[in-house]
Design a protein around this ligand. Structure first.
Ligand code: GZL
Length: 333
């Protein structure tokens, strides 16, 4: 700019000053060797690996995570694994390379995570489990678990059935649509339900198979159940979407859902609650997908080095047909 007095430094001094400023600048951006230290604009960067988009629950969960990240001023790196564990492992490794500040994910299955979680720990990047759990013995591989008690959801379903069928005479034949094979919700819901119905010997599970938490899977497996089992009294589906798919198979077989076949599901997403209110389902145990706000709060806390509880369970309830009619107008998902 004209008129300004120019200060010309001798070349060696200028080079040294430039080097000092450069190093100082890097130091101010935090430790570049381990972990992250915020995005370019200083925002916390959260890498999130989502299972996929297999169900209404998953869609609602993704919406909750994305909206909560925006509201919290957190930079979200979101990856959809299309229900494949190898894609989640790849995504977590990418997050490590990108030096995100925190990693969160919903593990599609319980096993096979130790190696990649050790890589995250070695990179000094804290990990939060959300929605589904892992079976790692090493609890230092993640900071906390945020989600539901799936065993309780299965148990509540079984307890309701015992009461509902207490006056039935003869065997009550149950078919079970399991969630994704190897996933925590499938394993635990199955466990909780079986433990509960053991109290009444006339309640018998005559068939149990995975429908992979999808409507198509629920319809396909229910068609097989109907062909192989002449007398089906109850369907227990590990989520609403498989129950909704099964409805198509049940009506195609000339049976009345909710009457000829009692239907119990888990989640309480809008379409499931509508089927319950319409009398096609008989009972739903809620599993809340609205984990986003709590997840963002946890991400900030673990990034700040605060101690958080090892397990944080979400508040949930159950619905009968009458309760669904009352609750539907106010459902958020
Ligand atoms: C449960 C979640 C399950 C839902 C399904 O927390 O992982 O996965 O019950 C979803 O609807 O596909």
């Amino acid at each position: 700019m004209r008129g300004t007095k120019r200060f010309r430094l001798a070349r060696p001094i200028a080079a040294a000053l430039g080097a000092v400023l450069l190093v100082g600048g890097l130091a101010a951006c935090g430790n570049s060797d381990t972990g992250g230290d915020g995005g370019d604009d200083g925002k916390l960067v959260l890498g999130f690996s989502q299972v996929g988009a297999e169900s209404g629950w998953r869609t609602a969960n993704t919406t909750s995570v994305k909206e909560a990240a925006a509201a919290a001023g957190i930079e979200l790196k979101f990856d959809d694994a299309q229900q494949k564990q190898e894609n989640q492992i790849k995504a977590i490794r990418n997050f490590i390379q990108q030096k995100v500040d925190v990693i969160a994910f919903s593990p599609v299955v319980e096993s096979g995570w130790d190696t990649v979680l050790k890589e995250a720990r070695d990179a000094d990047i804290p990990v939060i489990l959300t929605d589904r759990a892992v079976d790692s013995a090493d609890k230092t591989l993640y900071k906390t678990f945020l989600g539901s008690d799936f065993v309780k959801e299965g148990r509540l379903s079984g307890v309701w059935l015992i009461e509902h069928k207490k006056d039935a005479t003869g065997d009550v034949n149950i078919v079970e649509l399991q969630g994704t094979t190897g996933s925590a919700p499938a394993n635990d819901r199955k466990k909780g339900f079986a433990e509960a119905i053991a109290a009444d010997p006339k309640l018998k599970i005559v068939a149990s198979q995975s429908g992979d938490f999808t409507r198509a899977g629920g319809k396909q497996v229910m068609e097989q159940f109907l062909k192989a089992n002449p007398k089906i009294d109850v369907l227990f589906a590990h989520n609403d979407d498989m129950g909704l798919g099964a409805l198509e198979a049940i009506t195609a077989a000339g049976k009345v859902p909710g009457k000829d076949i009692t239907i119990i599901t888990i989640d309480a997403v809008r379409d499931g609650m509508q089927a319950l209110a319409d009398g096609k389902f008989n009972f739903i145990a809620e599993c809340s997908p609205l984990l986003g706000p709590q997840l963002m709060d946890l991400a900030k806390k673990v990034h700040a080095g605060e101690t958080v509880p090892p397990r944080i369970e979400t508040e949930e309830t159950t619905f009968t047909q009458e309760q669904a009619k009352e609750a539907l107008p106010n459902r958020k998902y």
